[in-house]
Ligand binder design. Structure first.
Ligand code: HEM
Length: 192
């Protein structure tokens, strides 16, 4: 896997993107600004599910009106995010916070699938009133997961856990798939 990422890192488009004067910052700014649309609309629906706001609006009406904006926001986030990733694939491949963000992103998306499959099934029965426990639990998980994705995303820029600063045989180094030190590699080879 690392070899594939290393090869991607040397492609001309990847080099051009990360050395660009304007394209990379525009991608990064678009990525950050789109969080307002994506996470903001998700938060509105979650607050309704928790009966914290918009109690006079049926949940079905809110999701019908807001969901298209949420989907549009995610498409822009994924597109700009994948281009940012392509610009420095090897850097992000070993980035502890980027890996954590992807795990949290999967958890947040799994929660959305659960909500739409399970909690939404009988929405007609409770759309105008208080949401059932499953829907409220899904809303709490959603709020926690997306806030965690945003925090992990912001931490990507910090090099505290770069491979060069980690114990090559430590758990974090394994999590980031850091290249093992030659001694560690020789040691591992001797153990095999
Ligand atoms: C497929 C989906 C996504 C990919 C591939 C992706 C990729 C990235 C990458 C590579 C960066 C690092 C930019 C840097 O070096 O600072 C980044 C930053 C960030 N991402 Fe994403 N992202 C995705 C979705 C999201 C989502 C859904 C959110 C929030 C809900 C998010 C929030 C952030 C934040 C807050 C930053 C930090 C921006 C900064 O510090 O300037 N990303 N993302």
């Amino acid at each position: 896997m690392r070899d594939l990422i290393a090869a991607l890192n040397e492609t001309s488009w990847s080099i051009a993107l990360r050395e660009s004067l304007y394209v990379w910052p525009i991608l990064e700014a678009t990525h950050v600004l789109t969080i307002m649309l994506f996470a903001g609309t998700i938060m509105m629906v979650d607050l309704r599910l928790l009966s914290i706001g918009f109690r006079d609006i049926p949940v079905s009406e809110m999701t019908r009106r807001i969901l298209p904006w949420t989907v549009a926001g995610f498409i822009v986030l994924a597109a700009t995010g994948l281009l940012l990733l392509y610009a420095k694939p090897l850097h992000y491949y070993h980035n502890v916070f980027f890996r954590l963000k992807l795990l949290l992103l999967c958890a947040a998306l799994a929660n959305i699938i659960y909500f739409h499959r399970k909690a939404e099934a009988d929405m007609a029965a409770w759309a105008s009133g208080k949401a059932p426990f499953a829907a409220r639990a899904s809303a709490v998980i959603s709020l926690c997961a997306w806030v965690s994705v945003i925090i992990a995303g912001r931490m990507i820029a910090y090099d505290w856990y770069d491979c060069s600063k980690l114990n090559p045989d430590g758990a974090l180094s394994a999590f980031a798939d850091c290249p093992r030190s030659s001694e560690a590699v020789a040691e591992a080879a001797a153990r095999e």
